[in-house]
Design a protein around this ligand. Structure first.
Ligand SMILES: NC(=O)c1ccc[n+]([C@@H]2O[C@H](COP(=O)([O-])OP(=O)(O)OC[C@H]3O[C@@H](n4cnc5c(N)ncnc54)[C@H](O)[C@@H]3O)[C@@H](O)[C@H]2O)c1
Length: 249
């Protein structure tokens, strides 16, 4: 059994998730990575659990199997940090968004974080743990066709504040709201549209979009921070774009 603190990361095979695994491992955590897809290449996590987060919302006995796998790994050591990082981004205009899109979006992006926190609360309390919810700039500022995603992220930021109140004195609950982050998938979406990517970078007061490593190192910092007063914080990590006035004049 490891003597390192445990970090549990959902969506660990994604662009930001992989950076989280690396950052928390480098910081001396024993990382329990989870995802619905298999890791490609060397994820570097100490443990990997294959999980469908949506199913953990819809099916209590499946969820219990997953939580027991986690408990078996961490034994009675407790959990120092839970990072609710996984999400789906289903885009569609208002007339196209159907029930399946809404259910999947809300189950993965909002309800899974809630039920994971609810079920792992004793383990988190045991190691004076904290939760970090990966929300999005879309919680506050959004674009056309992002209705389901943006609503789920606004709710996740709201959940963070509500749980900080409800769980005050037990665990800390904070969230990060990143703007555009340069993952492989984001870059793939700009192949053949390099000028658009240049414009996206330039739109940020910092002159560039964020890196997965920047989200990960901030998460490490939030997790490490021992001040019990730091809870309920929903922090923009956006290169300043959230304060920018778009004024074509
Ligand atoms: N990349 C960005 O520009 C950006 C910006 C703001 C916020 N975010 C947020 O950061 C987080 C990570 O984003 P990313 O860019 O790495 O995305 P990504 O799509 O690369 O990673 C998301 C991961 O979640 C997993 N996942 C999806 N549905 C699942 C399910 N049902 N069960 C288990 N795992 C599931 C996917 O398999 C994937 O590995 C997300 O919450 C996203 O909303 C990303």
């Amino acid at each position: 059994m490891s003597t390192k603190p445990y970090a549990l990361i959902t969506g660990a095979c994604g662009g930001i998730g992989q950076a989280m695994v690396k950052a928390f491992s480098n910081e001396g955590y024993s990382v329990v990575a989870t995802d619905i897809r298999a890791p490609q290449g060397n994820l570097n996590a100490d443990h990997f659990i294959h999980v469908d987060l949506e199913k953990t919302v819809r099916n209590a006995s499946y969820a219990e199997t997953i939580f027991n796998q986690i408990r078996d790994i961490i034994e009675n050591r407790g959990l120092r940090v839970l990072i609710n990082n996984a999400a789906v981004q289903i885009l569609g205009s208002t007339d196209k968004l159907n029930r399946d899109a809404w259910n999947e979006t809300l189950n993965v992006n909002l309800l899974a974080p809630f039920f994971w926190i609810q079920n792992l609360l004793p383990e988190l309390e045991k190691d004076q743990g904290s939760v970090i919810n990966i929300s999005s700039i879309h919680a506050q500022l959004t674009k056309r066709e992002f209705v389901a995603y943006a609503t789920s992220k606004a709710a996740l930021s709201g959940l963070t504040r509500s749980l900080a109140v409800d769980l005050g004195g037990k665990i800390r609950v904070n969230a990060i709201e990143p703007a555009a982050i340069q993952t492989d998938m984001l870059i793939a979406g700009f192949v053949g549209k390099e000028k658009l990517l240049e414009d996206l970078n330039a739109a940020h007061p910092t002159g560039k979009i964020g890196l997965p490593e920047e989200v990960a190192s901030f998460a490490v910092w939030l997790a490490d921070w021992k001040n019990p007063f730091l809870t309920g914080a929903v922090v923009r990590l956006d290169g300043g774009i959230g304060g920018r006035l778009y004024d074509p004049a």
